[in-house]
Write a protein that binds this ligand. Structure first.
Ligand SMILES: NC(=O)c1ccc[n+]([C@@H]2O[C@H](COP(=O)([O-])OP(=O)(O)OC[C@H]3O[C@@H](n4cnc5c(N)ncnc54)[C@H](O)[C@@H]3O)[C@@H](O)[C@H]2O)c1
Length: 283
């Protein structure tokens, strides 16, 4: 594995491209349009500069990493990739279309992974002629900081593919864990029902939002309480994932509570919208 392709230069793709380049890989980053490509590259430069300011990276290492990145809007530029990590929009038809085109373009040995949070990886693998070389590679936001990667094995992914991805994750400085291709993988399967239950507690008047958050911070040592975390993750994103999990497992603990649905409908999506369980509008 020498050359990595990253599809999508948004929040996650830019972080993945940055980490791959800093770890010594040659990286081609594909975006749908030039403006989004430029925004992602700016995000990468700013993040690398911050690492240099903090003394976590030397200026020469930043420059080396930037030199290893090749931004493009042409799919053909990914042709020489040994591994492609897809981090485009969370939309199955868009992902299937990309997987099909990548499968036709890449060398037979190449592996294709999806950074999807909630979609079924085998559905993407099924549109290719290399299903054994398709897996999930689920990074956490912000990618340059968060240490975990879930390596997602479908019912047909080969052990050789999984072994390669564990080695790549380790070279990226991440701790890989093995997950199955079921909604939520490991982390969200535990986290989402917990977050939904915090909303139910608040909704039923059992406790104030501040006390729920303080309880989990001081009682369990969590860095932030569940309602603050929900605002951070995005209520719309959580609602979307909860619906997919409930649809698959029919577990009432995974059903989005009525308050969550109503907040999403009202546009209260958390930090990014200026309001969620807390207010973020600048005074
Ligand atoms: N945001 C998170 O916290 C998080 C965490 C883990 C995984 N994910 C997953 O990562 C993926 C990306 O999420 P994000 O938050 O970075 O989204 P984002 O909207 O920030 O970025 C997606 C980017 O993909 C680009 N794009 C769309 N179609 C494309 C195509 N065909 N080719 C190339 N680029 C294309 C868009 O222009 C956009 O810039 C999703 O599957 C999401 O579920 C997100």
């Amino acid at each position: 594995m020498q050359k990595i392709g990253v599809c999508g230069n948004g929040l996650m793709g830019s972080g993945i491209a940055q980490v791959a380049a800093t770890s010594g890989y040659d990286v081609v980053v594909l975006e749908a349009d030039q403006a989004a490509l430029d925004r992602g590259m700016k995000r990468i430069r700013q993040s690398l500069d911050k690492f240099v300011e903090k003394g976590a990276l030397q200026a020469a290492q930043r420059d080396e990493a930037l030199a290893k990145l090749r931004p493009t809007t042409q799919l053909e530029d990914l042709k020489a990739s040994d591994l492609v990590i897809e981090a485009i929009v969370e939309n199955m038809p868009a992902k299937k279309d990309l997987f099909q085109r990548l499968d036709a373009l890449l060398a037979p040995h190449a592996i294709i992974c999806s950074n999807t949070s909630s979609l079924c990886v085998i559905e993407m693998a099924a549109v290719t002629k290399r299903p054994k070389q398709i897996a999930g590679l689920h990074f956490f936001n912000p990618v340059p900081i968060m240490k975990l990667v879930e390596v997602v094995k479908t019912i047909v992914t080969s052990q050789a593919t999984i072994d390669t991805l564990f080695a790549v994750a380790a070279k990226l400085g991440k701790k890989p864990i093995l997950a199955q291709d079921t909604p939520g993988f490991i982390v969200n399967r535990l986290l989402v029902p917990y977050l939904l239950y915090a909303i139910r507690m608040y909704e039923s008047g059992l406790a104030s939002k501040e006390d729920i958050d303080e309880g989990m911070k001081l009682g369990c040592g969590h860095p932030m309480g569940p309602l603050t975390l929900l605002d951070f993750v995005g209520l719309d994103t959580t609602y979307f994932i909860a619906e997919i999990m409930f649809d698959e497992f029919k577990d009432p603990l995974m059903a989005p509570p009525p308050l969550l649905k109503r907040m999403v409908l009202a546009g209260q999506h958390g930090r990014k919208s200026g309001k969620g369980f807390y207010d973020y509008e600048k005074a």
